[in-house]
Design a protein around this ligand. Structure first.
Ligand code: MG
Length: 253
């Protein structure tokens, strides 16, 4: 298992590898061959950035049984249900989720996010994990009133600040059995495990790659469990996933 963080320090952007709670700077991105440099930073000296800016973001809807119950959908989808979110919606750990003007019911959605490592098309579920670089925490923030009433989900899901990701990338773990939790103001509102995904990470990659080329750095949000909570100005939102750390964001009007 390795953990990579993208950060800025003295107005320069770096990647580092986390060891013993310190950041060891590396010479390039973790997607390339890199060397450890001699520079080491502590978290208090840096601003954490989104772990990457992807080419595209694919999100899977309706992928936990208890979430289907929550929104009143009875049958489980026969295949993963993807939709797109624009990369401009991404924000970093510790940044603010801004409630857009006119949206009356904005909710969090804690989700495991897969980071693709290699270009792939038509991969089998059996080989899908060969194309994964790593994982991070995500929050698929959703304006539920717009999601219900608009014909398209674009503003419901891609408004600015609606895709918090981070705080870092973890590699070399099994994505199929990770505890996942969301807390709002320290109260647990979602609490599940990725073993309850209706369509597993491998099946999701096989399905998407059957019709769309996946490329290095693309993100896949894998769906949210249970009953997401409505967000209000001043709230502190924490998405915590086993081995992936805690993604914290506050809410502003
Ligand atoms: Mg979602």
């Amino acid at each position: 298992m390795k953990q990579y963080v993208r950060f800025s320090k003295n107005k320069t952007i770096y990647y580092g590898i986390i060891e013993n709670s310190k950041i060891h700077h590396i010479s390039s991105t973790p997607f390339e061959n890199y060397d450890l440099t001699s520079e080491i930073s502590s978290f208090s000296e840096v601003d954490i950035l989104p772990p990457l800016i992807p080419g595209k973001i694919i999100c899977i809807g309706l992928n936990y049984r208890d979430h289907l119950n929550h929104i009143g959908e009875k049958p489980e989808p026969k295949h993963p249900e993807p939709f797109l979110v624009t990369p401009s919606a991404i924000i970093a750990h510790n940044s603010s989720i801004i409630l857009p003007e006119g949206a009356t019911q904005v909710e969090e959605e804690a989700e495991l996010v897969v980071i693709i490592g290699k270009t792939c098309k038509n991969v089998s579920a059996k080989n899908a994990k060969d194309y994964i670089f790593g994982y991070t925490c995500g929050n698929d923030v959703s304006a539920r009133d717009w999601q219900k009433n608009d014909l398209q989900w674009t503003r419901a899901k891609s408004s600015d600040t609606f895709a918090p990701i981070g705080p870092y990338i973890t590699t070399g773990i099994d994505p199929d059995s990770l505890d996942i939790q969301c807390r709002v103001n320290d109260k647990i509102v979602q609490n599940s495990n990725t073993k309850h995904l209706i369509h597993s990470v491998s099946k999701i990659i096989a399905f998407i790659s059957s019709f769309m080329t996946l490329e290095e750095g693309d993100l896949i949000f894998t769906g949210t469990p249970g009953e997401p909570a409505q967000l209000h100005p001043g709230d502190k939102i924490e998405v915590e996933i086993e081995h992936l750390g805690i993604l914290t964001n506050q809410v502003e009007k």
